[in-house]
Design a binder for this molecule. Structure first.
Ligand code: NI
Length: 162
C-alpha cells in the first residue's frame, strides 16, 4: 500500500472526464487500497476520487467518521432530492472554501470493490461527499459551480477534507 500524492489545480487530470472501469482486476484493487490509505493519511479527509491521485478512472472512496469505508466503482447518481447551500472544500483546491448548492438527499448506484451491484440512498455529509466525488469523475471541481465563485474564501489547508 502507498500514500499517493494528491493532484491539485491546475493539473489537467482534474478536468478530464474519467473512464469507466471495465473490470476489477488486481491493479484496480491495488489502486483502491492506495486510495483508501491516501484518504486516511490525514485526519478529516472524507472522500477521494481516482483523478485526484492522477488516475482518470471512475472510482471513488468515502470515509465518514465512525463509518465503514465506502468504495464505489462506476458510480452514478440516479436521483437527487431537495436543495441546500453548504460549505465545501477540496483537497485538490488547497486553502479555499466556498458555499455550494447541493441536494438534500441522493440515490447512487455503482459497484462495490468486489464488483457487486451497490445502490444507496444518502443524506447530509455523505450525500455531499458522494456528489463532490462523482463531480470529480466528470472533471468538475466544486469551484466550477457558478454560485461558489461569489463565496470563495481562504481557509487553513484541509479544514474541509473533500
Ligand atoms: Ni475534491
Amino acid at each position: 500500500m502507498a500514500v499517493l500524492p494528491i493532484r491539485s489545480v491546475p493539473d489537467s487530470v482534474l478536468k478530464q472526464k474519467a473512464k469507466k472501469v471495465p473490470a476489477i482486476d488486481g491493479s484496480i484493487k491495488k489502486l483502491i487500497r492506495d486510495m483508501l490509505e491516501t484518504m486516511h493519511a490525514e485526519p478529516g479527509r472524507v472522500g477521494l476520487a481516482a483523478p485526484q491521485v492522477g488516475v482518470p478512472l471512475r472510482i471513488i472512496v468515502i470515509g465518514m467518521p465512525e463509518e465503514e469505508d465506502l468504495v464505489l466503482i462506476n458510480p452514478q447518481i440516479v436521483r437527487r432530492r431537495g436543495e441546500r447551500i453548504i460549505d465545501e472544500g477540496c483537497l485538490s483546491v488547497p486553502g479555499y472554501f466556498g458555499q455550494i448548492k447541493r441536494a438534500e438527499s441522493i440515490t447512487v448506484k455503482g459497484r462495490d470493490r468486489d464488483g457487486k451491484e451497490a445502490r444507496l440512498k444518502a443524506e447530509g455529509l455523505l450525500a455531499q461527499a458522494l456528489e463532490h466525488e462523482i463531480d470529480h469523475l466528470n472533471g468538475t471541481l466544486y469551484i466550477d459551480h457558478p454560485e461558489v465563485r461569489e463565496t470563495l474564501r481562504k481557509i487553513q489547508p484541509e479544514e474541509i477534507g473533500l
